[in-house]
Design a protein around this ligand. Structure first.
Ligand SMILES: [Zn+2]
Length: 241
């Protein structure tokens, strides 16, 4: 199992690690990594892996498979990386920091939909340019959307701290406020990592977030769509304050 450095240190941009496996000369598995994989509707990190002899390999995709993080490297040259080598990893911080802002903003907006519209969040898709949140609610008034965005921006303006800590599954199950996702808690996890936007929203989450809402910027509403009887979809972008 790859040790996921980003779970406890989301601002770490570089790291040293050992190659535990390499498949087809382009899929690199490390004993630990800062690279966030494509998951939870959030796009993966890009960056590079540098060999101890100084050769640079671009990381073009990162995914999770059976508890391991697979770093796909660009294959325009012969891969000289070998199992057991120590390498240096560097993530594309500009990209990652944007994804962190989008991820935290999505939690704020989802919490507003849950609280104000009693909506269940059914999915999200976040990249460096825009966010999309899907939710399920019976009655939905499109004109209300700007109102929800305004509420979310008011929360962001409070510069709340974003805390990360662990709770047991039992503790989470006894706290209804922690179980908002339509699909429920992830199975087979006894300890759950909680992302807690101080006093406003807390939920189990394995992603990378900013440490304060002061870093998010402002949510700008793009459009809303109805996707069937109960399913709604909203698009937004983050702009600088
Ligand atoms: Zn999340």
């Amino acid at each position: 199992m790859t040790q996921l450095i980003y779970l406890n240190n989301m601002y770490k941009k570089e790291f040293d690690a050992k190659i535990t496996d390499i498949i087809d000369e382009k899929f690199v598995i490390l004993d630990k990594t800062c690279f966030y994989p494509n998951s939870g509707g959030v796009e993966c990190d890009f960056g590079k892996i540098i060999s101890d002899s100084g050769l640079v390999y671009k990381v073009i995709f990162v995914k999770k498979s059976n508890g391991e993080i697979i770093h796909e490297i660009e294959t325009d040259k012969t891969c000289e990386l070998k199992k057991g080598n120590i390498v240096h990893g560097i993530i594309d911080w500009e990209r990652r920091y944007k994804l962190m802002k989008y991820h935290t903003s999505a939690h704020v907006l989802s919490a507003v939909f849950a609280k104000e519209a009693k909506a269940l969040i059914t999915g999200n898709s976040l990249n460096v340019n825009k966010g999309r949140i899907d939710f399920s609610v019976e009655d939905f008034d499109k004109e209300q959307m700007q109102n929800y965005i305004d509420i979310a921006n008011k929360i962001i303006e409070q510069n709340l701290e974003v805390k990360v800590y662990n709770l047991t599954r039992n503790e989470v199950e006894q706290n209804s406020a922690l179980c908002k996702l339509a699909k429920g808690l992830p199975p087979n996890l006894d300890i759950l990592r909680i992302v807690d936007i101080d006093g406003y929203d807390a939920q189990p989450d394995g992603g990378a977030h900013v440490k304060s809402l002061s870093e998010v910027g402002k949510i700008n509403f793009l459009k809303a769509e109805n996707k069937g009887a109960k399913n709604r979809r909203v698009y937004y972008e983050l702009i600088e304050n």
